[in-house]
Write a protein that binds this ligand. Structure first.
Ligand code: BG6
Length: 495
């Protein structure tokens, strides 16, 4: 295995400290580094190797010098092409190596950095003629991949001028989550679901990813983004694609990513006059949560006091294809909600005829709940007979959680994805055309909001399930709020 250097642009930033370095440390500890791996943080902040190591590990309880001595730092301005000579020289000191460039920077640098790398030839793979070793050049880019369709097209065009698509890793950390990958196993490693996984047996699907925090110190970033771009256009639609996709012929990156793109191509475009009944946006307002006052979004630092950025979004999406025609997919995401949970609820159709009487809780529909986080697992809700005389039924859960399996740990998403990238496996990363097709769908909503700035933006108090108007989206049914579904609610339910 070639020697590899991971170059983290934005090395002095929050993402590097909070997520990337701990993920790399996990990989190191689990002996997942194949060959010799070093890490070079790059950024404008002045650090020495030593002070950078101290900064990165300042709040780690568990440190290993054999890992920290692999960390180095170079202070340059990533926006300045002149500085890339310094980067090249520093990298050459490591000897012949593969380079993995991780862009943990603001998106405004996503085109500048690749172009600057190209100027000094750092994008070119090198093959050692004697040994036959290829020294790879790979780049990881964090979402958001563009701001809308046209910026995504431009960004992809730039990236594809500098790197081949196989060298580009657009990271959506949701795809690194164990239960997200388990959707594939559930659907394609078991034969019992496939016959019923379609419009004949499934009534609707809900996908909820909510958080019980505000935007904290990220106001400056978040205000130009909002819930649609931050969560729906990438994480949520990715989950929808995994639920809705056709089985790939083989599980390799071509087939798998092809099927994801097919789902995006089948999203039924929204007509202009449909947008408001299909997408409800909200913003959290100043409120009191458990006796404590919480800021409204407009009071958060870095947010203008008249901001129209949505912190909540509920949507109804239809898929126009043979399998899903007529089955609505409901998406919901928000900040300052009652709890932090991500889950998918598949509602099956009711029995054609009701034979038994019902006591207590017995909805007529079976539900399969796929819990992405926390407490990753699945719950199948079945109607069962209540023991004793008579014949009444009630809904009970059948549960599977990873927690209860001894010997399996669910690694963090970043470790998994960085490991895949070091191995050159692009399967769980977003392909250029997937980004573009997804934007094609969501652009209609953004355009409508832009052209009609008075489109309602409903306020909601912290700790609520968002504006009441979001109920309009799911008319005839009700949103499934996680507490109701859980058998082990104590783990996190705050309601
Ligand atoms: C990020 C968003 O991509 O995902 C954040 O930018 C959000 O706003 C986060 O909080 C949620 O990720 P997770 O893994 O905590 O659900």
């Amino acid at each position: 295995m070639e020697k590899q250097i991971i170059v983290i642009f934005g090395g002095s930033g929050d993402l590097a400290k909070r997520k990337l370095m701990p993920a790399l440390y996990n990989l190191y500890k689990s002996k997942s580094f194949k060959g010799d791996v070093s890490i070079l943080g790059v950024g404008r902040t002045a650090f020495t190797d030593k002070s950078y190591r101290d900064h990165i590990t300042s709040d780690w309880d568990d440190k290993d010098e054999n890992f920290t001595k692999r960390i180095f730092y170079l202070s340059i301005d990533p926006a300045n092409n002149i500085d890339y000579k310094l980067l090249k020289e520093r990298l050459e000191l490591f000897g012949p190596s593969g380079y993995l460039f991780y862009l943990a920077t603001p998106p405004s640098l996503y085109e500048t950095i690749p172009l600057n790398l190209r100027e000094v030839g750092l994008n070119r793979e090198i093959i050692d003629k004697e040994t036959g070793i290829t020294y790879s050049r790979r780049i990881i880019i964090e979402k958001p991949f563009g701001y809308d369709l046209s910026s995504a097209l431009k960004m992809n065009a730039t990236l594809n001028r500098v790197f081949d698509e196989r060298q580009i890793f657009r990271i959506d950390h949701y795809l690194g989550k164990e239960t997200v990958q388990n959707i594939l196993a559930l659907r394609f490693a078991n034969s019992i679901f496939e016959p019923i996984w379609n419009r004949h047996y499934i009534d609707r699907v809900e996908i909820t990813a909510v958080e019980n925090m505000g935007i904290g110190s990220r106001g400056g970033f978040y205000d130009g983004v909002g819930a649609l771009r931050d969560m729906a256009q990438n994480h949520l639609i990715q989950l929808l694609a995994l639920v809705a996709m056709e089985p790939p012929v083989t599980f390799n990156h071509q087939e798998f990513r092809e099927e994801i793109v097919k789902v995006y191509k089948s999203l039924k475009p929204l007509e202009k006059d449909e947008v408001e009944s299909r997408a409800v946006r909200g913003q959290y307002i100043e409120s009191e949560k458990k006796g404590v006052k919480t800021n409204g979004y407009r009071q958060e630092s870095g947010v203008p006091s008249d901001s129209y950025t949505e912190t909540f979004l509920a949507m109804k999406i239809n898929i126009s294809n043979w399998r899903w025609e007529g089955v609505p997919f409901y998406l919901r995401t928000g900040k300052q909600m009652p709890t932090k949970v991500t889950e998918i609820v598949v509602h099956f159709k009711s029995t054609p005829h009701r034979l038994f009487s019902c006591r207590e809780d017995c909805p007529e529909q079976n539900q399969l709940i796929i819990r992405i986080q926390p407490n990753e697992g699945m719950v199948l809700k079945l109607d069962m007979k209540i023991p004793g005389s008579g014949f009444s039924v009630k809904q009970f859960p059948m549960e599977f959680t990873y927690d209860k399996l001894a010997g399996y740990s669910t690694d963090d998403a970043y470790s998994r994805l960085i490991e895949d990238c070091l191995n050159g496996d692009v399967t769980l990363f977003t392909r250029n055309d997937a980004v573009e097709w997804s934007w094609k769908y969501f652009d209609a909503i953004l355009e409508h909001w832009r052209e009609n700035p008075k489109t309602p933006l409903y306020g909601y108090p912290a700790g609520s399930w968002g504006p009441l108007e979001s109920e309009q989206i799911i008319k005839g049914n009700k949103w499934t709020n996680p507490c109701k579904n859980l058998t082990n609610t104590d783990i996190y339910c705050e309601l």
